[in-house]
Design a protein around this ligand. Structure first.
Ligand code: NDP
Length: 398
């Protein structure tokens, strides 16, 4: 029996709230708090349960967060606002004795750069306070890291190569839309790519490397090499890995729009003067693009995200392993009113909180998901709408 505060009432926050409400035996009280209270109220009304309430907070302000935490005295906060708020929320957790979980690592607003160092710097303070912080507990980062930990625990004596493959084969019928917050999404895709090889980070131009990969139940899709945050912690936590890469699929139409957006300066994150007012072009673009929360209704098709790993099995023989989940946009929408990208992020966030609150992932300090026991988490993820599958010694294509 525990009280949680969910910060953020966007696509992911909506799914987290629905999923937590399905487990009153763990989440006995749920508060949804965000900048715009009406969005929290709409989510609470859709759930329609008496143990779900709402509040308002500007999560850029530690003071406002502390007031919120003092009002509600939560056991844990699930941060599904934006990556810009990670540090203020962690500061408030330390000040008020609240445990923490998020799905994306901290990013400063003025540079499109993400890395864990800012949040890892809180390790000692969380440990001393006896508080647990779980970082990156969505799908990728999140399940991708736990899949890797599961492979290490059950199959490999030595993992040598890791390729995280993320395919969205869904169609929402719009000419251009992003599947989660457009500002965060476009910042991620338009920066240089990066992958890990033999102890070094190799930098590539944005979307420079691509190849066709086959996804289960979907078929071939062009997949582009990107930098993704979980690579940073996974190569440290599994030091036998010699090469680690992340691939994501994009359609030609999407890439053409993205190129135009960049070429005309709409992906800029610095301020420009417009009509006597300062605006950030990418933030303005977000205001006119389709809201990812409203894509669900006409979204068809599936996502497929997994890890392709090669190395030596427990006996020292060469082996390959592919572990993945496919998630249907239609099924996600039927259950929560959100599409599969929000669903595949929200379900693991709820499961991570459940792991902590039931004592399975309770370890004071600041931790990435692969540092915990993968078994109970992957069982929970499967039971809560994201069943996963394994292919042993198949062709990894990579
Ligand atoms: P949305 O833009 O749909 O929702 C963000 C929510 O946070 C909105 O309710 C917004 O409020 C609120 N918010 C923003 N700033 C503040 C603030 N200062 N104070 C309080 N609330 C604030 O985003 P998504 O739901 O798509 O994504 C949420 C998070 O999930 C992001 O961090 C994203 O990076 C992460 N993510 C992780 C994935 C993974 O697999 N690990 C995959 C997809 C997303 P308002 O409505 O007022 O703007």
């Amino acid at each position: 029996m525990a009280k949680v505060i969910i910060i953020g009432a966007g696509g992911v926050g909506t799914v987290v709230a629905h999923k937590c409400a399905q487990h009153p035996e763990v989440f006995s009280e749920i508060v949804i708090a965000s900048r715009t209270r009406s969005k929290c109220d709409a989510v609470a009304a859709a759930i329609g349960k008496p143990n779900v309430s709402t509040d308002t907070v500007d999560a850029d302000s530690v003071e406002q967060l502390c007031e919120l935490f003092r009002r509600h005295k939560p056991d844990m906060v699930i941060n599904v606002a934006l990556p810009y708020q990670d540090l203020t929320i962690m500061d408030a957790c330390l000040a008020c004795g609240v445990n923490y979980l998020d799905t994306a690592n901290y990013e400063p607003r003025d540079v499109a750069h993400f890395e864990y160092s800012w949040q890892w710097a809180y390790r000692e303070r969380f440990e001393k306070a006896g508080l647990t912080a779980i970082l990156g507990c969505g799908f990728d980062p999140g399940v991708s890291g736990v899949f890797t930990a599961y492979a290490a625990k059950h199959y490999f004596s030595e993992m040598e190569t890791l390729d995280i493959v993320d395919c969205n084969a869904g169609n929402h019928g719009k000419a251009f839309a992003t599947n989660f917050n457009p500002e965060i999404n476009i910042r991620e895709i338009t920066q240089n790519g990066r992958y890990y090889k033999e102890g070094e980070w190799v930098v590539t131009k944005p979307l420079e490397f691509h190849r066709t990969l086959n996804y289960p139940n979907i078929g071939p899709r062009e997949s582009y090499l990107l930098y993704h945050e979980e690579l940073e912690s996974l190569v440290l936590n599994f030091p036998t890995i010699k090469q680690a890469r992340f691939w994501m699929t994009f359609g030609q139409e999407y890439l053409t729009h993205l190129r135009v957006i960049q070429d005309i300066g709409m992906a800029r994150i610095d301020e420009v003067e417009y009509n006597g007012q300062k605006i950030v072009p990418l933030q303005f673009l977000k205001a006119v693009l389709p809201n990812p929360q409203e894509l669900g209704k006409n979204y068809h098709g599936e996502t497929s995200i997994g890890c392709r790993i090669a190395g030596k099995d427990k006996e020292g023989k060469p082996m390959t392993y592919y572990i993945y989940n496919n998630c249907s946009h239609e099924e996600a929408y039927k259950e929560t009113g959100m599409q599969a990208v929000s669903y595949t992020t929200g379900v693991p966030a709820m499961c991570g909180a459940m792991m902590f609150l039931t004592g399975k992932w309770n370890k004071p300090g600041v931790h990435n998901v692969e540092e915990f026991d993968p078994d109970p988490f992957l069982a929970a993820v499967s039971e809560n709408g994201l069943p996963w599958h394994e292919v042993l010694n198949g062709d990894l294509e990579l």
